[in-house]
Write a protein that binds this ligand. Structure first.
Ligand SMILES: [Zn+2]
Length: 331
């Protein structure tokens, strides 16, 4: 009798647990290469001042079992977060991702939402020269809903790919209507293996992107070369955690398929591509999409500067700064 109960428990608990959370995924998926020389060449195409520094904002956070975002990564919980990146640039910043609203954060499972940080992010977005996204997930584009009243102004700064524009259209139709055409050649409807050779685009001085469909159709990685030569590759949700690359594991099947609709084979291919890149170019810093522990790791983290969450000065007080920026000869 006991054996039967034990067996039933194994079937009912252990098998689904293994299948949904432990199983390593498509480990034999072919590597999808990421061409750093090509990214460097694209980033050098547009003349002008390159970014000087990277700042980050943690809009929301939660502790999640390690195995959720790194298949088989154990039940020990890890700090994960929703991040927005600010590439501080003379003449106008580039912002990567838009954060999200409190309702969107709660619906996405992020229990800790910091309204003052999201307010600072909205200020970044409204003053930015350019807005980019690593994917069309709600935790990357959600914050745009607050900017719909100034849709015309904001839309001119958004440089998104076709899949991202479709998602923005569902979230904020008025904003999407004002958006320009998708960034070519990132507007590709090709299988991941073909995109690997074609989906590169220059976005700004020192900034380029490569389309990496898999986590979502609009997933892309953003390459940044600062003025002092430091290089970063923002991997987004393809590698949300440092261990996705160091362990060569994608997110769990539960997170990939039940919480999302990820093509796990393609994602695994890009993860292998990231690992190969890291071996060949050890000085290139990979930027993981949701790994708060890594982000705040003083020794091995990226050493980005945390954003100030001081409320932005009212428009009348910031006018001088704005005017000074517009007349900056470097723009
Ligand atoms: Zn995400």
């Amino acid at each position: 009798m006991f054996n039967r109960i034990a067996l039933a428990l194994i079937v009912l608990i252990a098998v689904p647990y293994y299948w949904l959370l432990m199983e390593r995924g498509p480990t034999s998926a072919p590597m999808l290469p990421i061409d750093l020389a090509r990214l460097r060449a694209e980033a050098a195409k547009i003349p002008g001042p390159r970014p000087q520094a990277v700042e980050y904002a943690v809009v929301a956070s939660q502790r999640t079992p390690g195995t959720l975002l790194v298949a088989g990564g154990g039940l020990k919980t890890e700090e994960t977060g929703v991040f927005v990146w600010r590439l501080v640039t003379p003449g106008g910043d580039t912002i990567i991702n838009a954060g999200l609203t409190q309702d969107q954060a709660l619906a996405s499972g992020f229990a800790n939402f910091d309204a003052s940080v999201q307010t600072a992010v909205l200020d970044w977005l409204s003053k930015a020269q350019r807005i980019l996204f690593t994917s069309e997930d709600i935790d990357h584009i959600g914050g745009l809903v607050a900017l719909v009243p100034s849709a015309g102004e904001v839309a001119g700064k958004v440089a998104a790919n076709d899949a991202q524009i479709r998602a923005i259209g569902q979230l904020a139709p008025r904003l999407a209507k004002a958006l320009a055409a998708p960034v070519e050649p990132l507007s590709l409807s090709l299988p991941a293996s073909k995109v690997a050779s074609k989906g590169y685009a220059a976005l700004a001085p020192g900034i380029a992107a490569v389309r990496t469909p898999g986590h979502l159709p609009g997933s892309q990685m953003i390459y940044v070369q600062l003025q002092d030569g430091r290089e970063y590759l923002f991997a987004g949700d393809t590698a949300p955690m440092r261990r996705n690359v160091s362990w060569l594991r994608p997110r769990s099947r539960y997170a990939a398929h039940w919480q999302g609709s990820e093509d796990r084979s393609a994602t695994m291919g890009w993860i292998k591509g990231l690992a190969a890149l890291q071996t060949r170019y050890p000085r290139l810093k990979l930027v993981f999409g949701h790994d708060l522990g890594w982000l705040q790791d003083k020794e091995n983290g990226p050493q980005f500067v945390a954003a100030s969450t001081q409320p932005a000065p009212p428009a009348s007080q910031s006018a001088t700064t704005g005017a000074a920026r517009r007349t900056d000869p470097s723009t």
